[in-house]
Design a protein around this ligand. Sequence first.
Ligand SMILES: [Zn+2]
Length: 475
Amino acid sequence: MSGQTPPTHTLLTHEALIMSSLEELPTVVFPALFKEAFAGRQTNLLKAMVAAWPFPCLHVGSLMKKPNLETLQALLDGIDMRLTREFHPRRAKLQVLDMRNMYHAFWNIRADANDSDYKSKTLDEKQLVKVLPRYARRQRLKVIVNLSISSHFNKSKAYFLNWAKQRIGSLYFCCIKMKIWDPPDQVIRDIFNVFDPEHITELELNTDWTLLQLAHFAPYFGHMKNLQKVFLAPLHKNTSPIINITSATEAKCVHKIISQFSQFNCLQHIFMKHVHFLRDYMNQVLGCLMTPLETLSITQCLISQRDFDLFSCSQNLFKLKHLEIRGMILYALDLMPLRGLLQKVADTLEILDFQWCRMKDSQINALLPALSQCTQLNQINFYNNDFSMCTLKALFQHTANWSKMNVEQYPAPLQCYNELGHVSVERFVQLCQELMYTLRAIRQPKSISFATDNCQKCGKPCVYDQGPIFCSCFQ
Ligand SMILES: [Zn+2]
């Protein structure tokens, strides 16, 4: 048999025979057999195999990359068979149906063609599945998903959610990662009726909600006690033009949202994009946090000097590994508080991103003493700032301690542009070469590049890394 067709393939052609002998099949063949049944959309067999699944977990998500209503129905029918006790196989151990797209390795374990391997059960079940915490045993079967919620669901998702809604009392539904894209309020209510927000570890909120709508969502948000990562974008400060709320109501809404940040016991990563309503409230958000952050990413948000001033004394920022302040116009701000913060995180900071900040020479110069102490840095991005040749060279002189640096991205120096703001390609090449030479005299960079601003004609930058790559206009 070995070297020929895998045994399961032959078995699959005898669906009826397999279904009648599922009880006797060695558990070790189940994964490979299930995978083939899934690929062949053999719905009757799938249903029977789910009902008879001999392991505690069924990590079916990685097989479901392309949604298929028939196979989904077969899976859920298999679960229903267990619920209704239509069929109660001796070895059925299923406690968790995991529909997340992960655990790919599980399905790569193939049954060996050698018969003796079937009998000896060389695969330890504990290696196949993650051992469940003790409390999870003897409980309702758990269905784990990652969900993306919008105003429109495809057929499979609509079917699943409807199925779930009707089984709230008999199964236990957990959503681990949730993305929300402007669903109607009723959908939000339905979803949280099925999925306890407490299990969500990652939330992505891409909504156009007004502050009032956000405030309505706040209690669900606050219940996400295990949230580790939150991505908020784009949340507009302006309320709908039809509903004109007063500034007192607005402040109330903002406080209701902010106060939820004190509920998270393990929040480590905050990403915000276009979040304008937190201007002047940043310190309250940071002050509310129960745990120090690893990531703070603020992109194209409105931020005030007052917000900035508090950065250097926000304890919850002092263990940052990843600081990203992107697309924020900083040239008018005093960056000394940022220098204070960089000094505080010098031993932990690994990634620093200031792209599109339009910082001036004087501003980056103010940060240099702190930057030179950040010895753990392995990635920096200063693209789209306004630094002169002289300042870039001074910056390099402060990077001798960056021994862990992997990827460094700098703006092409201001001297590359003519008086109309157009790139002079000769100067661009010559000055970037000179900067490479300067840096190589200080340390050996691994991956370094310089980029101009996007070209006014073609919209692309000129980039210099191994050599020059010009924008479309010069090719
Ligand atoms: Zn161009």
